[in-house]
Design a protein. Structure first.
Length: 283
């Protein structure tokens, strides 16, 4: 349980329709070049912003608060440090205080993010992480975005805030992260996986193109990505699939476009990785 009183939420409804270029998110240090102003000393508050399709939110950070980056509708692609996350509306990203990050909106997005003082929550994730948003937490965030100030701490609004803080301490971490390598040779492979996720090139193919040994690529993948080449390629495909499924594309079209032999083969791999079929994942 959180041992602090729950002060008011901040409601900040902003319509954002301009398109901007997203700088690379090279970590918290580079993010400090563009801090975002915070609200007065509240333990947690909610900001509601609606973004037009394809809006890019440049690299920024929140120096004194953790953030739960959450969208009621639409898909977010979040880059931070040396990683990339695809976040459909049933999931969110936990972003530690001070970590630089940029956001790309896939489709129209209704963002409803929470900003939390570090001392208001016990044992938060130390790294940026994709988390599951329960129906209860989604409903709480929806109401939080509409709370007007001021309100009594022993009112419904005050109890709602305390319940949000409790729920934030039970969020399960999900495998929606695609690590980005630092090595220039792996980065070349990664760029290809992003632009052509259906590419079936083998380790031997890449070793020939890069003029290095297969074992060198294997060692680099293990050291920089914490996974094998095959796992990296599979994760890139599945995260691209999430982007496309979340905006309404059919499973058969996504499966074939990403190089799977059949929709059933794709669904099997999807369930193996995420624990649910594509249709279950987006409920």
């Amino acid at each position: 349980m959180v041992g602090c009183a729950a002060p008011p939420f901040l409601r900040d409804l902003v319509m954002a329709s301009s398109k901007k270029d997203i700088p690379r998110a090279d970590g918290a240090q580079s993010g400090r070049k563009r801090p975002v102003a915070e609200a007065p000393g509240t333990a947690v508050y909610c900001r509601a912003r609606d973004y037009a399709r394809d809006t890019h939110i440049p690299l920024h950070h929140h120096p004194d608060r953790h953030q739960l980056v959450y969208a009621e509708t639409g898909v977010l692609v979040v880059t931070a440090g040396h990683g990339r996350w695809v976040v459909p509306s049933t999931r969110a990203i936990w972003m530690p205080a001070g970590m630089g990050h940029a956001v790309n909106c896939i489709g129209q997005v209704r963002m409803r993010s929470l900003y939390i003082l570090p001392q208001a929550i016990a044992r938060p994730p130390a790294e940026a992480s994709a988390v599951s948003v329960t129906p209860l937490l989604a409903a709480l965030i929806h109401d939080a975005a509409q709370v007007a100030q001021p309100y009594a701490q022993d009112s419904r609004d005050g109890r709602l805030m305390r319940l949000i803080l409790d729920e934030l301490q039970t969020l399960p971490v999900l495998p929606l992260h695609l690590p980005e390598p630092r090595d220039a040779r792996l980065r070349r492979i990664g760029q290809r996986l992003q632009s052509h996720p259906h590419d079936a090139s083998t380790l031997q193919d890449w070793a020939g193109r890069l003029k290095i040994d297969v074992k060198t690529i294997q060692r680099l993948c293990a050291r920089e990505l914490g996974m094998t080449f095959g796992q990296w390629r599979q994760q890139a495909r599945l995260l691209r699939a999430l982007e496309r499924l979340a905006v309404g594309e059919k499973v058969i079209d996504v499966a074939l476009a990403l190089g799977y032999d059949s929709p059933s083969a794709f669904a099997t791999m999807f369930k193996r990785r995420f624990g649910q079929t594509p249709s279950q994942f987006f409920r």
